[in-house]
Design a protein around this ligand. Structure first.
Ligand SMILES: NC(=O)c1ccc[n+]([C@@H]2O[C@H](COP(=O)([O-])OP(=O)(O)OC[C@H]3O[C@@H](n4cnc5c(N)ncnc54)[C@H](OP(=O)(O)O)[C@@H]3O)[C@@H](O)[C@H]2O)c1
Length: 242
């Protein structure tokens, strides 16, 4: 099991929710943390200054910007591909095709670009860890709202296996963490009353989980140098892998 003290970690979408929890846990372990975000500068910088991280603004769907972020960061040891466009935040004027492209460009292409540029530095170090944050929606039957989100998350599993195969000769592992309901601040505000009860009723353990608990499960998974190309489902029993 690896000790991550002193490692350089880049967490995409690290300014709030699960990404923030990853940043906090890695900082607590003595890592140098680069907290990526795209829009909310004040929020990102407040978290970063509290934990001694570097807040770095970069839209991960922009190839040139991602290339520059990894040049500025220097070789990264650990990448957490966590950023997403929230499926509940579709702009009213976006057509179906435009919304599909927006979701795919951040949630899938962004993860690919970050993995691709991270891989270059990891190969030089002959060591690396990638963790891609998927979702239970990679398996669930999506409704119209969740369709592009679910498709991007499913594809992320194939992406992770690709990085696992390419990275293996360089001691680079690549894995997926697929959470169910995470009780982030945003989700807790959105899901209240009957909607929350309906959601909880689908979870055998009867509750959602804190971002910190989910982040710690992901970090524990990637401590092993012998787990690669795998998926850790963490969902209170809502989806049980055969
Ligand atoms: N919440 C849940 O219940 C749940 C369940 C299963 C899986 N997940 C997965 O867990 C991960 C985190 O979820 P969350 O609920 O914590 O997310 P969230 O609250 O929606 O936060 C998303 C993060 O991504 C950043 N971001 C958005 N667009 C970006 C872009 N183009 N480039 C770079 N950063 C960008 C946001 O920062 P800015 O606003 O500054 O851009 C923010 O830091 C996601 O991959 C999500 O799919 C969540």
């Amino acid at each position: 099991m690896d000790d991550f003290n002193g490692k350089t970690v880049l967490v995409t979408g690290g300014s709030r929710g699960l990404g923030e929890a990853f940043c906090r846990e890695f900082a607590r372990m003595g890592c140098k943390v680069i907290l990526n975000y795209a829009h909310g500068k004040d929020v990102a910088e407040a978290v970063a200054s509290e934990i001694g991280a570097l807040a770095y603004s970069c839209d991960i769907s922009d190839e040139k910007a991602v290339e520059k972020m990894f040049q500025d960061a220097g070789p990264v040891d650990i990448l957490v591909n966590n950023a997403r466009i929230d499926p509940y935040k579709r702009p009213a004027d976006a057509t179906d095709g435009e919304w599909w492209d927006q979701v795919m460009s951040v949630n899938l292409k962004g993860a690919y670009l970050c993995g691709k540029f991270a891989l270059e530095g990891m190969k030089k170090k002959n060591w690396g860890r990638m963790l891609h944050i998927s979702s239970i929606w990679a398996y669930q039957k999506p409704n119209e709202r969740m369709l592009s989100y679910a498709a991007a998350k499913s594809a992320m599993h194939a992406l992770s296996r690709g990085f696992a195969a390419i990275g293996a000769p360089y001691n680079i592992t690549s894995n997926v963490l697929a959470p169910g309901l995470i009780m982030t601040k945003l989700v807790s505000e959105r899901l209240t009353g009957e909607a929350l009860e309906r959601e909880i009723a689908t979870i055998p353990l009867g509750h959602g989980e804190s971002p910190q608990e989910i982040a710690l499960a992901g970090i524990n998974m990637i401590r092993s140098s012998f787990i690669t190309g795998e998926v850790l489902d963490i969902n209170g029993g809502a989806f049980m892998r055969p």
